[in-house]
Design a protein around this ligand. Structure first.
Ligand code: ATP
Length: 241
C-alpha cells in the first residue's frame, strides 16, 4: 500500500527525516517518537504536502515526486493534520460534507457517507451544531470524521487523540481497530499507550531515524510498553553518541 525507501527530508541544515525505509500495509500502523522525531514530516510526505529531499515514496502504486500529479492520490486518502483549521460557522455535518466533496466522494454516496462518519466518531447527535459551539475534543472528532468519510484505502492520522478524554480515547482505539481491517491506517503519537493497543505494527522514530519496527508485543519489555519504548530510545541514543 505504502512503500518508502531511504526517505530524507531536510529543512535547511536540519534533517527532519534522515533515511527512512518502511512498508505499511492494511492494518493499524503506529508511528511513535518524541517531539521533533519526524512523525508529522513523514505523514505530510505521504499526504503529498512535502516533496522529499531524496529517496522514494510510493502510495497506492503511485510514486510521490515532483513530476507526479498528487490529486489522484489525495482523492484516495484521508488525512487528519496535527492542527486542523475549522470553519467555525459550519456545522459538523457541513464540514464533513465539504471534505467529502473535496475527496470527490460520489454525490449519490454523500447522504450515507457523511452521517456514517459522524456516527463512527460518536457525534451523530451533534451533527447540526455549529463547530464553534463544540468542545475541543468534539472538534477533534469532527476532524477524524472528515478523514474517514468515504472510507479511503489510506488513512493518515497525525496525533488524532489529542484533546480526547479517557473514555473517548478508548472508543477511538476501537474505531482504529475497525478502520484497520480494510484500510492502511498510519497513526502518529508521542504517547505509546495511546495507540499501541490498537496497532498491528509500530515504528519508532528518533531524530529522523527509524529505531524500531515490530509488533506492540515486541516493543514491550516484560509486558511494559512504556519501558520498552524508553529502552529502544535510550539504546538508539547510546549507539548514536
Ligand atoms: N517547516 C519547518 N521548517 C523547519 N524545520 C521544521 C519544519 N517542520 C518541522 N521542522 C523540524 O523538523 C523536525 C521534525 O519535526 P516534526 O514536526 O516532523 O516532528 P514530530 O515527530 O511530528 O514532532 P511532534 O511530536 O512535536 O509533533 C524538527 O526538528 C522540527 O523542528
Amino acid at each position: 500500500m505504502i512503500q518508502i525507501e531511504d526517505l530524507t527530508v531536510r529543512y535547511r541544515a536540519r534533517h527532519a527525516l534522515a533515511g527512512v525505509t518502511a512498508r505499511f500495509d492494511v492494518g493499524v500502523n503506529g508511528l511513535l517518537g518524541p517531539n521533533g522525531a519526524g512523525k508529522s514530516t513523514l505523514v505530510r510526505v505521504l499526504a503529498t504536502l512535502i516533496t522529499p529531499t531524496s529517496g522514494s515514496a510510493e502510495v497506492l502504486g503511485r510514486r510521490l515526486d515532483a513530476a507526479s500529479d498528487p490529486r489522484e492520490i489525495r482523492r484516495r486518502l484521508g488525512y487528519l493534520p496535527q492542527e486542523l483549521g475549522y470553519y467555525p460557522r459550519f456545522t459538523a455535518r457541513e464540514f464533513v460534507e465539504h471534505f467529502a466533496w473535496l475527496k470527490e466522494v460520489p454525490a449519490a454516496g454523500l447522504p450515507d457517507a457523511v452521517p456514517r462518519a459522524l456516527e463512527r466518531v460518536g457525534l451523530a447527535d451533534r451533527a447540526d451544531e455549529k463547530i464553534r459551539r463544540l468542545s475541543g475534543g468534539m472538534r477533534r472528532r469532527v476532524g477524524i470524521a472528515q478523514a474517514i468519510v468515504g472510507e479511503p484505502p489510506v488513512l493518515l492520522l497525525d496525533e488524532p487523540a489529542t484533546g480526547l478524554d479517557p473514555e473517548q480515547r478508548m472508543e477511538f482505539r476501537q474505531l482504529l481497530a475497525e478502520l484497520g481491517r480494510q484500510s492502511c491506517v498510519i497513526v502518529s503519537s508521542h504517547l505509546v499507550e495511546d495507540v499501541a493497543k490498537a496497532c498491528d505494527r509500530m515504528w519508532v522514530l528518533d531524530a529522523g531515524r527509524p529505531v524500531f519496527e515490530g509488533t506492540p508485543a515486541e516493543l514491550a519489555a516484560d509486558g511494559d510498553l512504556e519501558a520498552g519504548y524508553r529502552a529502544v530510545l535510550s539504546s538508539a541514543r547510546e549507539e548514536a553518541a
